[in-house]
Write a protein that binds this ligand. Structure first.
Ligand code: FE
Ligand code: FE
Length: 257
């Protein structure tokens, strides 16, 4: 199967990417971080995980509930003998999509809008490279930024603003809940949708030493995120026991979100 082929994709995929380019401004990103990353609600992790029934509107390869994709990613990582923390990343990397449970239409954070939750991310406040999916929509990006934009060379990915969505939201949620994971895990979570960086090798001028070290790990993770996609394999019931134990080792029973 050929993944990430956007040529004959659904109009809804296109629409999402167009809206993302139009609306994900620096102001929007900063406002969303303030609005959505307050973490004042508290629920059982597994109750929220069950709500991962959402279908990702930006994904041309998958037409099933996100839920299955998470188990498949985790399982492939486990089969290759990677450590437990990485299996956990596989299982939860898209968990930030629970954003839709507190979203609103004008922010693109509802189940039927999603441009504030999913899709490849890009760095805002500097020029969007034409190696992005649907480069024809770059003409809608507001602000006339050059390559560095508002940033300085070697600024580090931790110090720039990415378009807002499930990556950044989950990163902040886990930090807020004091979930202890290696730095590699946090990079995989925070930048897995930044294909421009880990796949197209853009933004090298912004990288710091840590980014350079972490990039191979994000690339490694991406293999599992992408090549395990399968709309048929939905046999997850016998896996639940294993993953419940795994989650328990890292994540508190109740989490703020
Ligand atoms: Fe994702
Ligand atoms: Fe994913």
């Amino acid at each position: 199967m050929d993944f990430r082929n956007y040529e004959n994709c659904n109009d809804s995929v296109k629409e999402l990417y167009k809206n993302q380019r139009i609306n994900q401004t620096l102001t929007y990103v900063q406002r969303s971080l303030r609005k959505y990353c307050k973490f004042t609600r508290k629920n059982k992790f597994w109750d929220l995980f069950e709500k991962m029934s959402l279908k990702d509107l930006s994904d041309p390869d998958l037409d099933c509930e996100n839920y299955y994709h998470l188990y498949q990613t985790a399982e492939a990582i486990r089969k290759d003998g990677h450590p437990e923390w990485m299996q956990l990343v596989g299982l939860i990397h898209d968990f930030g999509k629970i954003l839709y449970l507190k979203g609103c239409k004008k922010d693109g954070t509802t189940e039927d809008t999603q441009w504030g939750i999913v899709g490849d991310t890009f760095i805002v406040g500097c020029c969007v490279p034409n190696t992005i999916v649907f480069p024809e929509f770059n003409k809608y990006v507001k602000g006339n930024f050059d390559r560095l934009g508002i940033y300085k060379k070697g600024f580090g990915l931790n110090n720039v603003y990415c378009s807002f969505g499930h990556d950044e939201y989950l990163y902040r949620l886990l930090k807020f809940n004091k979930v202890e994971l290696p730095e590699e895990a946090y990079y995989m979570i925070r930048f897995h949708s930044l294909y421009l960086w880990h796949d197209k090798n853009e933004y090298e001028f912004l990288e710091d030493e840590t980014d350079k070290k972490m990039k191979p790990f994000v690339k490694l993770f991406n293999k599992y995120d992408l090549y395990t996609k399968d709309n048929d394999n939905k046999n997850i019931n016998q896996l639940k026991n294993y993953y419940q134990k795994l989650v328990k080792k890292f994540i508190p029973e109740y989490i703020y979100w």
